[in-house]
Ligand binder design. Structure first.
Ligand SMILES: [Fe+2]
Length: 413
């Protein structure tokens, strides 16, 4: 039996649709072209539910793998076999002490100074959203291309593999730079960001290239699916998410732990992907419905909904306590969210720094990003013409601030 089964009612005059999910021909077409064998899919889903029923209750904050940067450096700059196996299973890892604690504290002072001097003092600015559209401060560029950061990024990319013929243009040995924002989350604040995926919404089922990534899952053979095979992700392009982030990530500049408005994840990678990809294809969900897909947010995000994803949503856990200089990384298909309330005492500050390899779509991204950097404009994927950019900010990073890694990773060499 499907534990998450729901009955779909058609709207009736005077009554609200109990499952008010968007329906469209586009969704119906996407599902049709997947050529799903319904019997095979049902059997696969039942096998999956049994595994989830065993594995989900075991998840805990303590189970999230943690690696000390010195141990990685001492292991030829790679994760050891035990850590690699855990990261592949859970889809998340905390790499500690990537930046020296004192250096991280100084970087926080520097970024706050830059923002204050340019009229966006994070200590006094009152805003609902804890993210700031700051991309080009010197401390951000420093952390993005810190020697240790690049080593961690290379180790993370080394966990991935390529599909011959499909990923030949992907270079997993060379990370390139994605320019992301930063977050100042203050104590006693609410912020709602429910369980979701980035990196694609309906496109995961509909895009002719992207859906090949999940072919094993659609074929009912989810056990064979390898989430760490690039399988076309390096060439899939979408106007709203142009960069393939092998891992999303952030670097903490403060101390924060569970309860402090931190990241929540579902640390069980392959099974969670299989669940989210298969569940809307079962025949109790109408052909023209993809619960969680919101056409008003056509970009990168796909949000889970309790009507069909409750089992996964209930299993989310918070990541462990982190200190200044620690980094957190989660696979591009790890379901994640943010704690709704910050009940701690310290502002929870992170620099978003993911990792992606040199590949066709990331190469196209860095070519576009170069000019944004030089002009202080919002980088690709964050274009907001009406919002203040950094073009007239004092002490913004320039070409002179780029180290050798930065020049290569940003496409200047
Ligand atoms: Fe996200």
């Amino acid at each position: 039996m499907l534990s998450s089964k729901f009955e779909v009612s058609e709207p009736t005059d005077g009554f609200k649709d109990p499952f008010p999910f968007y329906r469209s021909e586009e969704i119906a077409d996407a599902k049709k072209t997947l050529n799903i064998d319904q019997e095979k899919l049902k059997e696969a889903f039942e096998r999956l539910e049994k595994v989830l029923d065993t594995e989900l209750p075991k998840l805990s904050t303590e189970a999230i793998p943690e690696v000390n940067f010195d141990d990685l450096a001492g292991n030829d700059n790679q994760f050891n076999a035990e850590a690699a196996e855990k990261i592949k299973k859970f889809g998340v890892v905390v790499v500690r002490n990537v930046i020296e604690k004192e250096d991280a504290k100084n970087l926080l002072d520097d970024v706050e100074k830059y923002m204050k001097e340019n009229g966006q003092d994070p200590k006094t600015t009152v805003k609902k959203h804890p993210l700031f559209n700051i991309y080009w401060s010197k401390p951000q560029l420093k952390v993005r291309h810190h020697t240790n950061m690049v080593k961690v990024q290379k180790a993370l990319l080394n966990l991935w593999n390529k599909c011959e013929g499909l990923d030949d243009t992907v270079n997993l040995e060379q990370p390139v730079t994605f320019n992301d924002r930063l977050r100042f989350r203050k104590p006693n604040t609410n912020f709602k960001l429910g369980p979701h995926w980035d990196g694609g919404s309906l496109q995961r089922w509909a895009n002719s290239d992207y859906k090949e990534t999940y072919r094993d899952v659609f074929n009912g053979d989810w056990e064979s699916f390898d989430p760490f095979c690039v399988k076309g992700r390096g060439s899939f392009t979408d106007e709203n998410c142009s960069f393939f982030r092998a891992f999303q990530g952030w670097t903490s500049l403060a101390t924060s732990g569970p309860g402090d408005g931190t990241l929540r994840v579902l640390p069980l990678l392959k099974e969670a992907i299989a669940y989210v990809m298969m569940r809307p294809l079962l025949d109790d969900v109408p052909d023209n419905m993809m619960p969680g897909y919101e056409p008003e947010h056509p970009g990168c995000q796909f949000y889970l909904v309790p009507q069909i994803h409750k089992k996964l949503m209930d299993a989310m856990i918070s990541i462990p306590k982190v200190n200044p200089g620690d980094t957190v990384w989660w696979h591009c298909d790890t379901i994640h969210a943010v704690e709704e309330f910050h009940s701690g005492t310290e502002t929870n500050t992170v620099l978003y720094i993911p990792v992606g390899p040199d590949c066709p779509n990331n190469r196209a991204y860095i070519e576009k990003a170069k000019k944004c950097f030089l002009d202080g404009k919002h980088p690709p994927d964050f274009e907001m013409p009406t919002k203040q950019d950094e073009s007239d900010y004092q002490d913004r990073a320039t070409l002179n601030d780029l180290n050798e890694d930065a020049k290569v990773m940003m496409g200047f060499e």
